[in-house]
Design a protein around this ligand. Structure first.
Ligand SMILES: [Zn+2]
Length: 248
């Protein structure tokens, strides 16, 4: 599809300051208690000829991306208490859109990416033993750099219990996840499990989603072991630097 220009840019350096909480590295995509969700009035609107939801005071450059209407959430990283498993819509989108490490926020187009034949590392929680990331899988989980991956499997309560990793050639924009709104009543519709609803670009319900995550489809997927990658990087002489600047 034809992607409109976006206002997103790579995170400026000041936003890549690292935060720690009770000894844990707070991922850049995590939310903080001062980052309140804002609920503007939702209206029926035609955006570039497609009917869907809009905000009564919509600001295209901030509220739209790939035609979808995005959830508004305050930006106050480092303020208050972090929710380590929370996902900030804008920072998730920036990380996914630019393939930044979801933990430290640095680009994953790094020395390891070169060593791995221009591939990115994806790390996900495995719900059952033997689970692997599969070809063509869609995900809202941005990539990680090798040092954050190694750190996460040691310390992150969410990942530590079981994880699976893969090198991925391409992460193609696929669609969004968010809250679907009824075209007739404009009321939000929740799935039975209260999960976000995923819709690909071009889907008839796409314009009725209040988007909170950008999803990509993974192509050229090769499951890998992190410790093998670590050993390979070391023998290639690539130094692993753990981001250690504490911003608060
Ligand atoms: Zn990282």
């Amino acid at each position: 599809m034809n992607m409109p220009a976006t206002a997103d840019s790579v995170l400026p350096a000041r936003d890549r300051v690292q935060h720690y909480w009770k000894g844990l590295h707070v991922p850049i995509i995590a939310t903080w208690s001062h980052e309140t969700v804002i609920h503007p009035q939702v209206i029926r609107a035609s955006y570039r000829g497609v009917w869907g939801i809009g905000y009564i005071d919509e600001l295209e450059v901030a509220d739209r991306r790939h035609g979808a209407l995005w959830v508004r959430r305050a930006v106050a990283r480092g303020k208050g208490v972090p929710a380590l498993a929370g996902v900030h819509p804008m920072r998730q989108r920036q990380a996914m859109g630019h393939l930044l490490c979801q933990v430290c926020g640095n680009s994953t187009f790094d020395e390891h990416w070169q060593l791995w034949g221009e591939r990115h590392l994806f790390l996900m929680r495995a719900l059952e033993p033997g689970q692997v990331i599969s070809e063509g899988e869609t995900t809202d989980s941005p990539p990680v750099c090798l040092s954050c991956a190694l750190e996460s499997v040691e310390t992150c309560p969410h990942i530590r219990q079981g994880w699976t990793a893969a090198l991925v050639k391409d992460a193609r924009p696929w669609g969004v996840a968010g809250v679907l709104h009824d075209p007739a009543t404009l009321q939000p519709e929740m799935s039975p499990q209260k999960r976000l609803i995923e819709r690909p670009f071009g889907h008839e319900e796409y314009a009725w989603i209040n988007a909170a995550r950008e999803l990509v489809q993974l192509e050229g997927v090769t499951p890998v072991g992190l410790h093998e990658l670590d050993a390979e990087a070391r023998s290639a002489g690539i130094k692993i630097t753990i981001a250690s600047t504490d911003g608060g």
